[in-house]
Design a protein around this ligand. Structure first.
Ligand SMILES: [Zn+2]
Length: 65
């Protein structure tokens, strides 16, 4: 896992740079996360539906604190 990538605390969107989540505009992130799911077609993805994802991108599976 890359060290600098961070995940949004609200929706778990994985961001490489920037301070605002492009998915939900949250500004709180954590670099302590594990695993991610790549969502390319949110409308067609079962995982995206389960996780409530409507945007394409990477989403962390777990946040630790
Ligand atoms: Zn977010």
């Amino acid at each position: 896992m890359a060290v600098k990538e961070k995940a949004c605390r609200n929706c778990r969107y994985v961001l490489e740079e920037g301070d605002t989540c492009p998915n939900c505009n949250e500004k709180a992130f954590t670099t302590f996360w594990r695993g991610y799911v790549m969502v390319l077609n949110p409308e067609q993805s079962e995982i995206a539906k389960k996780m409530g994802i409507t945007r394409r991108g990477r989403f962390a599976l777990r946040l630790s604190r």
